[in-house]
Design a protein around this ligand. Structure first.
Ligand code: MBD
Ligand code: FE
Length: 283
């Protein structure tokens, strides 16, 4: 989606905006009553902050300039997914019995090519990074294996870059849909991703610098797991002891989502087993 040689905030922001428009989960109308309630409460919460902190015109103008910049950089998807989405996910999935989910983030691309139950994610011949075998089973909450479940994985490379959002990466690099076998089992060969740094050259980076925060997410594998008749899980998996597992800027780490890979029995890199348990669709 971008043809510059450097990954820039504006280029990945434009891609994320375009991708969001293409895959928007729902266009269901939100009722006037609901819009009025939520908008009134958000605006009132901002008024309260202004009064409590005696916000000045200089600060109001800085905010206005920054908000304009977020739009110009196409960084609304990034901003919302980093600072807001984790609470939406918490509320949406609070009643699930099965595996924990977490935020989707801005870099999912639907309809990645399908692969057999044991597969290597598409990667460059010389793809840098420690090889990782991620294997497990998809089951229903009652323990029934879910034959043919889809395990869609996408993740950053060893430089923390996502294909289709950074230049010069093959289209489906480190993205794929693995179809579980008749027992719901899958074995995905990939590489361990690097921690991800929020682009520092855009408006989100400006906020982070101005507030003296850090810009990092821990290394993570994104996964969506689905099977007919079951609720789709969107989640991420992290690595025990990795940088920023304890202070993810997107607040999307949960203890259940931390992997502890061991040296692979093949002698090549690491391996880890992780099972997914899907809730039935709500009736
Ligand atoms: C990411 O890779 C990500 O997963 C989130 C949530 C935000 C920014 C970058
Ligand atoms: Fe990510």
């Amino acid at each position: 989606m971008t043809d510059t040689t450097q990954a820039t905030a504006a280029a990945s922001g434009a891609s994320a905006t375009e991708a969001f428009r293409a895959k928007q989960r729902s266009e269901a109308a939100v009722s006037q009553e609901r819009v009025s309630t939520l908008a009134t409460e958000v605006i009132t919460a901002v008024h309260d902050v202004i009064r409590r902190h005696k916000v000045t015109y200089a600060e109001y103008d800085a905010l206005k300039a920054w908000l304009i910049g977020v739009g110009q950089d196409g960084e609304w998807p990034l901003f919302l997914d980093v600072w807001i989405e984790h609470v939406v996910e918490e509320v949406a999935n609070e009643n699930r019995q099965g595996s924990k989910g977490t935020i989707e983030g801005p870099y999912y691309v639907p309809e990645s090519p399908r692969h057999e139950a044991e597969a290597t994610l598409p990667m460059r011949a010389d793809e840098p990074g420690t090889p990782l075998l991620f294997q497990g089973q998809v089951r229903a909450v009652d323990g029934t294996p879910l034959a043919g479940a889809h395990v869609e994985m996408w993740h950053a490379d060893d430089d923390g870059l996502y294909s289709q959002y950074a230049p010069n990466l093959p289209k489906w690099n480190l993205r794929g849909t693995v179809v579980a076998d008749a027992q719901g089992n899958f074995r995905i060969h990939t590489i361990q991703p690097a921690p991800y740094q929020i682009p520092t050259d855009g408006s989100c980076g400006k906020l982070i610098a101005a507030a003296g925060w850090h810009a990092w997410r821990p290394a993570h594998l994104h996964v969506k797991v689905s099977a007919p008749g079951h609720q789709l899980i969107t989640t991420q998996l992290y690595f025990q002891g990795g940088s920023h597992v304890e202070d993810d800027i997107a607040q999307a780490v949960k203890p259940e989502l931390i992997l502890d890979p061991k040296p692979a029995t093949s002698g090549k890199g690491n391996e880890v087993t992780y099972d997914f348990v899907l809730d039935p669709v709500e009736v």
